[in-house]
Ligand binder design. Structure first.
Ligand code: IVH
Length: 714
C-alpha cells in the first residue's frame, strides 16, 4: 500500500466514525431534544469531518452529515416544505468571514452585508396562504419536517392572519422561516416555576423551547413562554423582495416579528465591528445567541450565488468561541430538597466561567449522571446553561488515568440515613420519605418559609435554618418540624454551633485547610445574643401578621406556589375552610385544578401537617383573611348562585370581580355547566361564552355585571 493509499484508508475510517457519531448526536439534539455533547464539541466533530472531505473529496456521499441538514422524528406527521430549508455553513474565525466575503463579492456588485444575531432556538417553517397561517413545521431534514401547526398556533408572537398596513399587500402564498425561542428572562421564570411545581428543570432555553414546541399536547406548549423571530422567507407568490432587508420590512408590516438587532453594512470591517459588539454584549440580548449570521442582502445576487446541498453560498454563520472551561470533577454528592428529592451534585475544582466562579453544578438525577458519562475524578467540560446555571457538559475522556470511579446513587438519605425511595412507581427521582424531621428537608422548608414569598423573616437566612435543625451537638436541636418556629426561645438558641452551608446545594462549606466551617450562629463570642438573632425573633413575631396567602404558601404543600396560594386564599379566606373543603370544590377553583386539589387533600390528611397549622394558630399566626363576606353589610344578592367569570370586565380585575361576587354570597367557579347560575362574559370571552349559550345558561356582559351584583340573577 502506498503512503497516499494508507492516508486515504485512515481518513475513510475516521470519516465513517465521525459520520456515525455526528448522526447520533443530531438524533439526540433534533429528535430527543436531549443533546449529550456541547454545541462546541459537536462543531469540532463537524469541522474535522469537513476538513477530511476537503482533503479527500471522494469521501463525500449523499449520506454524509455535511450533505444533510438535520433529522426528523416520526412522532409528528411529516410535512414537505414548499422550498427546501437549508442550514448555514459555520466559521469560527473572523479571517474565515473575510475569506467567505472575498469568495462571494466578485459575483456581487456593491455588496451590502446584512448582519444578524444567530438566535439559539429551533427553526420552523410557517406557510401563509392568502394571509392565513395554514401550516407550521419543524425543519426536520430540510425537505420534510414535523407538523407542529397546533403547537405553533399557541405562540402569541406568530400571527394567525397577516394584515397589510397599506405599504405591502398581503401575499397570495408566503413561506416564513424563523426561530422559535424562549427569552432569557422567561426561561429563568419558567425554570423557577418548574422548581416550584417539582417539574423537570430545563438545561438551557434552546432545549426548553424545543421540548415545549414538540409536545403532543398543545396545551402544554401553550403554557410555555415561547416566542418567534423570522429570519427569512421561502416560497413567495405576490411579493417580490429585492433585498433580504426588504423582506424584513414587509414581514414587520404584516405583523411578523423580525429581529431588533439586524444591521445593513457596506464593508467587511463593519461586519467585524458588529461581531465584536455582540461578542461583548451577547448576554444582554432578549434571547440567547450562538453566533452572528452574515448575509448578502441583494436577492438577485443571492440567486446567482445559489447553494450547496446543505447551505446557501450567500450567507455564513460566525460562531463565537464557546464559554466553556475544563475543571476537575472532585466528587458527586447528593443534596436533599424541600420536598425530599435527592439530587446529585457535581463538586468541582472552583473555576471561572461566563463571568462567575463555579464550584457546584446540579446533575439532576442518577440517569443524567449516566447519560453524561462522567466519572468522579474526570476532567470535565463545564459551561453556564442559559449562561446562568452551571452545567457539566461531559468528560474529557482522552485524559483519563484509570483512577476515576463511577458515581453510585446512595441508598440512604445523606442527611438522615432513611432509605431513599421513588416518589411514585417508575419515577427516576428518588426521595427521602422522612419528610417531617429529615434535617435536610426541614432546613430547606424553613429557608423557604422565612423567604420572600412566605413570611419574609429578615435575620432567618439559610445558615440560621441549618443551625435550628442541624446543630453540631444534636441535643441542641430546637425544631423537629416547622410547627415550633413561632415559639423559638432565645435561651435555646444561644449555645448552638453549626456548619456553614451553601444555600444553592445545602452542602457544607470548607475553610482553606479543607475543614468544615463552623460558627456559633446566634450568640456573640461573649455569649450575648447577636443583633441578627434579636431581629430574627422580632421579625418572626411580626411575620404572624403576614397575608394569609403567604401562610398557605409557607406550608410547602406540593404544587402549591404563590399563585395557587392566592387563588385559595381569595376563595376561602380561611385556612379552616380550605382544610374542610372537598377535592371537587378545590379542583373547581380558578388557578387550582385537580393536581393541586389532590395535593392539598393529601397534605391535610397527615397528622403532623395539621399540627403545624394548629401550633401556628395558637402562636397567633393569621389563619383568616378579613374579606368582605356575609355580615359585611353587603346584601347577599348572589347567595347560592354559582358564577363563571370570563373575558375582561371594565373596572375590575379577575380577582376583584370574583371578590365582589363572593362578598355577595356567590360562588365563583371556572367551568360552565348546567349548574352554573350565570356567566359574566367580558371582552374577548371565548369558549365559556359559547358553552353558556349552548347550555342555555344566562349571560351578562361587562355592563350588566354591576346590575348582577346589585340585584342577583334575574
Ligand atoms: S438564516 C438559508 N438567520 O441557524 C438560511 N438562520 O445553523 C438559513 N438561525 O437553520 C437561515 N438565527 O434555524 C438564519 N438570523 C438567522 C438565524 C438563523 C438562527 C438558525 C436557523 C438555521 C440555523 C443554521
Amino acid at each position: 500500500m502506498t503512503a497516499e493509499e494508507k492516508d486515504f484508508t485512515q481518513a475513510k475510517e475516521r470519516h465513517e466514525e465521525l459520520a456515525a457519531e455526528i448522526t447520533e448526536h443530531r438524533r439526540r439534539y433534533y429528535v430527543d431534544d436531549a443533546p449529550t455533547v456541547s454545541d462546541a464539541a459537536f462543531d469540532r466533530l463537524m469541522h474535522e469531518l469537513i476538513e477530511l472531505e476537503t482533503a479527500f473529496p471522494e469521501l463525500v456521499n449523499a449520506d454524509s452529515p455535511s450533505q444533510r441538514v438535520g433529522t426528523y422524528s416520526t412522532a409528528f406527521a411529516p410535512v414537505r416544505h414548499p422550498q427546501k430549508m437549508l442550514s448555514l455553513d459555520d466559521v469560527f474565525e473572523q479571517s474565515e468571514v473575510r475569506a467567505w466575503a472575498d469568495r462571494v463579492t466578485p459575483h456581487v456588485p456593491d455588496a451590502r452585508y446584512l448582519c444578524e444575531v444567530k438566535i439559539d432556538g429551533l427553526a420552523v417553517d410557517l406557510l401563509y396562504i392568502k394571509g392565513r397561517l395554514t401550516s407550521a413545521a419543524t425543519r426536520g431534514d430540510g425537505v420534510t419536517g414535523e407538523d407542529v401547526t397546533a403547537n405553533v398556533a399557541t405562540i402569541g408572537a406568530v400571527p394567525q392572519r397577516l394584515v397589510s398596513d397599506g405599504d405591502y399587500p398581503v401575499p397570495e402564498r408566503l413561506e416564513v422561516r424563523g426561530e422559535v425561542y424562549i427569552a432569557v428572562e422567561d426561561f429563568e421564570a419558567l425554570n423557577a416555576h418548574q422548581v416550584e411545581v417539582d417539574g423537570p428543570v430545563f438545561a438551557n432555553p434552546r432545549n426548553a423551547a424545543a421540548g415545549s414546541l414538540r409536545q403532543k399536547d398543545a396545551t402544554v406548549t401553550a403554557s410555555r413562554p415561547l416566542s418567534f423571530i423570522a429570519h427569512g422567507i421561502g416560497e413567495h407568490v405576490g411579493f417580490e423582495p429585492d433585498g433580504q432587508s426588504h423582506s424584513y420590512r414587509a414581514l414587520d408590516s404584516w405583523g411578523i416579528p423580525t429581529s431588533p438587532y439586524w444591521k445593513l453594512v457596506d464593508s467587511v470591517s463593519e461586519v467585524f465591528d458588529y461581531i465584536d459588539h455582540y461578542g461583548d454584549n451577547r448576554h444582554s440580548l432578549i434571547h440567547e445567541i450562538d453566533g452572528i449570521v452574515v448575509k448578502i442582502d441583494d436577492i438577485a445576487s443571492q440567486e446567482r450565488l445559489g447553494a450547496t446541498a446543505r447551505a446557501p453560498r450567500w450567507a455564513v454563520a460566525y460562531k463565537y468561541p464557546p464559554e466553556e472551561v475544563n475543571t476537575r470533577l472532585l466528587d458527586v454528592k447528593v443534596s436533599i430538597g424541600r420536598t425530599g428529592r435527592a439530587t446529585p451534585y457535581a463538586v468541582l475544582a472552583p473555576v471561572r466561567v461566563a463571568g462567575s466562579e463555579v464550584e457546584f453544578a446540579t446533575l439532576h438525577n442518577a440517569d443524567q449522571v449516566r447519560a453524561k458519562g462522567v466519572l468522579i475524578g474526570d476532567l470535565v467540560v463545564v459551561r453556564k446553561a442559559g449562561d446562568v446555571i452551571p452545567e457539566v457538559v461531559g468528560p474529557v475522556t482522552q485524559v483519563r488515568t484509570g483512577n476515576e470511579r463511577d458515581f453510585e446513587m446512595p441508598e440512604a438519605c445523606p442527611e438522615c440515613g432513611t432509605a431513599l425511595a421513588p416518589a411514585a412507581e417508575g419515577d427516576v427521582d428518588l426521595r427521602c420519605p422522612n419528610a417531617q424531621s429529615c434535617p435536610g428537608q426541614l432546613r430547606e422548608r424553613l429557608a423557604f418559609l422565612s423567604g420572600r414569598s412566605c413570611f419574609d423573616v429578615d435575620g432567618m437566612g439559610y445558615v440560621a435554618c441549618a443551625a435550628l435543625v442541624q446543630p453540631l451537638d444534636p441535643s441542641q436541636r430546637v425544631l423537629d418540624d416547622e410547627s415550633g418556629v413561632f415559639a423559638l426561645r432565645m435561651e435555646d438558641l444561644l449555645p448552638i454551633q453549626t456548619v456553614v452551608r451553601d444555600p444553592d446545594t445545602g452542602l457544607p462549606k470548607h475553610d482553606a485547610e479543607g475543614n468544615e466551617k463552623v460558627v456559633t450562629y446566634f450568640a456573640t463570642k461573649t455569649g450575648e445574643p447577636k443583633k441578627t438573632t434579636i431581629q430574627m425573633l422580632d421579625n418572626l413575631e411580626k411575620a404572624k401578621e403576614q397575608n394569609l396567602w403567604r401562610v398557605v404558601n409557607a406550608l410547602s404543600i406540593r404544587h402549591v406556589g404563590p399563585v395557587s396560594a392566592q387563588a385559595l386564599t381569595e376563595y376561602f379566606g380561611d385556612i379552616q375552610k380550605m382544610m374542610e373543603a372537598d377535592e371537587a370544590e378545590l379542583a373547581d377553583i380558578d388557578g387550582v385544578g385537580p393536581t393541586i386539589a389532590a395535593a392539598i387533600k393529601e397534605w391535610f390528611s397527615v397528622d403532623w401537617h395539621r399540627n403545624i397549622v394548629d401550633c401556628w394558630r395558637t402562636a397567633g399566626v393569621r389563619m383568616r383573611e378579613d374579606v368582605e363576606t356575609e355580615g359585611s353589610g353587603l346584601s347577599q344578592t348572589l347567595a347560592g348562585a354559582t358564577v363563571v367569570i370570563t373575558g375582561a370586565l371594565e373596572g375590575y380585575t379577575r380577582d376583584s370581580a370574583a371578590a365582589a361576587v363572593k362578598a355577595r354570597g356567590g360562588k365563583v367557579t371556572s367551568s360552565v355547566s348546567k349548574k352554573t347560575s350565570v356567566v359574566v362574559a367580558g371582552e374577548s370571552a371565548g369558549s365559556k361564552y359559547d358553552k353558556a349559550l349552548k347550555l342555555g345558561v344566562p349571560v351578562v356582559d361587562s355592563d350588566g355585571f354591576d346590575g348582577l351584583l346589585e340585584s342577583g340573577v334575574e
